[in-house]
Design a protein around this ligand. Structure first.
Ligand code: BG6
Length: 470
């Protein structure tokens, strides 16, 4: 018997993401004998909590019947005495403590679980969500507090991008196919672009987002993880610690940041504009945003990996809200062909090849090639080889994968302390430089701020967001 205790069990994260994923796992018969205990300040009894959870999930009656039997609820705060009331719910096998709480409460909750004696029973695991601190020093403080009570092996730091089917597929595509991997190196690749563009704005999350911004919310974690997976060496075995060592190695290989931050980092904040034909307000006019806020809603950085594989190949990372189109992709741009055989024909101007891993719909892999335009003239047409894996993602959500991995104790898709620290090391200078100055504005529904182009090296330009075929 195992127990999953969700701190903040009646809260937003639990209702929006955790319970729907757990119910889907129930439907697949993957929850074993686990009991699920919601814990929080809301004054529910077990039946009221079950009703609350039911309103958040979409479960067929027979699945709900099985799932609801697992549920119970305990009312309490984060004092040691209150938390120790969970003692009777502990099992002698796995006890998973999921902190679905505001990040400021992680230290007190992690400490209370340990000091109440709950972590001494069975095999305890602690799950924390990003953001892990707001800069390198606050992340170190958080990790120090966690480590006073929990070993690194007991901690599962969630970055939900690592649970996405398409992100996991990136590693399979890279390392299970002989045909791709030899090409992904400085000899063939000119540069790499990693983009996560959203059309959504801050959507009422102002309490969390204002003061955090795109660099902390997206680049430090999700995009840095995509960067590691795109750049890492093939590991000798697919084991959690080996994989995490290889990801950290990428971050450690990044050239020390240049003091002139504006040459390699850019930002912006959305102003009013149009999304899907609908007028939208700017960030500053959003409900709840502080007057004079300097929070960025778009961030871009250029990184250089100083190792043999990637010497001289810039990696560009960008993410923003309220942009023209939702795009989530890793795009390798290849160098031009070494000799130009067709220089005396209209083919002299052939476009370079791209290999694009598309992480959001329509998920798949595109290889952009030049092919001859049928006809008498020697001219080229851009063609696209497309491998589609959209249908797979409809069946599995990131949180299903991650919850299952926590329950199984598999650290593969979770961040280790040194990954978090190294990512902050690289980005701290940007935070210092941007501190309290105002970001430039970009129109909602555009491709983002003009400043993003200033970090590109000669001959390299951002892919237009609309270049991604539907
Ligand atoms: C979250 C960020 O971690 O990821 C959000 O806090 C962002 O701001 C979201 O919108 C994007 O995730 P997904 O899974 O919707 O691509």
């Amino acid at each position: 018997m195992s127990t999953l205790v969700i701190f903040g069990g009646a809260g937003d994260l639990a209702g929006r993401l955790l319970f729907p994923a757990l119910v889907r796992l129930e439907g697949r018969g993957l929850l074993g004998d686990i009991r699920i205990v919601g814990y929080g300040l809301e004054d529910y009894d077990d039946a009221q909590f079950a009703e609350h959870v039911k309103s958040k999930v979409d479960a067929e009656p027979h699945i709900w019947t099985g799932f609801s039997r697992r549920l119970s609820y305990r009312v309490g705060g984060l004092g040691v005495e209150a938390v120790s009331s969970l003692m009777a719910d502990m099992s002698d096998d796995h006890n998973v403590f999921y902190l679905a709480l505001p990040p400021g409460l992680f230290p007190v909750a992690a400490t209370a679980i340990s000091e109440s004696g709950l972590a001494a029973l069975g095999r305890p695991r602690l799950v924390v969500e990003k953001p892990f601190g707001t800069d390198r020093s606050t992340a170190a403080d958080l990790n120090r507090t966690l480590h006073e009570h929990w070993s690194e092996q007991q901690i599962f730091r969630i970055d939900h991008f690592l649970g996405k089917e398409t992100v996991q597929n990136l590693s399979v595509m890279r390392f299970a196919n002989r045909v791709l991997e030899p090409l992904l190196c400085a000899a063939h690749v000119d540069h790499v672009q990693i983009t996560v563009a959203e059309t959504l704005g801050v959507e009422g999350r102002y309490r969390y987002y204002d003061g955090i911004g795109a660099l902390r919310d997206m680049i430090q974690n999700h995009l840095m993880q995509l960067f590691c997976l795109a750049a890492m060496e093939p590991p000798p075995v697919w084991e959690p610690e080996v994989l995490r060592d290889h990801k950290v190695e990428v971050l450690r290989s990044v050239r020390s940041p240049d003091a002139a931050v504006d040459t390699w980092a850019a930002r912006g904040r959305y102003g009013p504009g149009t999304i899907d034909g609908r007028p939208v307000t700017g960030y500053l006019e959003e409900p709840g945003i502080e007057t004079g806020s300097t929070t960025e809603t778009f961030a871009a950085v250029r990184l250089h990996v100083d190792n043999w594989r990637w010497q001289g190949v810039p990696f560009y990372l960008r993410s923003g809200k309220r942009l023209a189109t939702p795009v989530s992709e890793i795009a390798y741009r290849f160098r031009e062909a070494p000799t130009q055989l067709f220089h005396h024909t209209p083919l002299a101007d052939v476009q370079p090849n791209w290999l694009v891993f598309r992480l959001n719909p329509p998920e798949g892999i595109d290889l952009h090639l030049q092919t001859k335009t049928p006809g008498l003239e020697m001219s080229a047409t851009a063609s696209r080889l497309h491998a589609d894996y959209g249908s797979i993602t409809e069946t599995t959500t990131a949180y299903e994968q991650l919850l299952l991995d926590v329950i199984d104790g598999d650290h593969t898709p979770f961040l280790r302390v040194d990954e978090v620290d190294e990512a902050w090391r690289l980005l701290d200078p940007v935070l210092d430089s941007w501190d309290s100055t105002t970001p430039p504005t970009y129109a909602s529904g555009s491709d983002g701020p003009a400043d993003q182009h200033s970090i590109m090296l000669d001959g390299q330009t951002w892919r237009p967001l609309s270049s991604t075929p539907a």
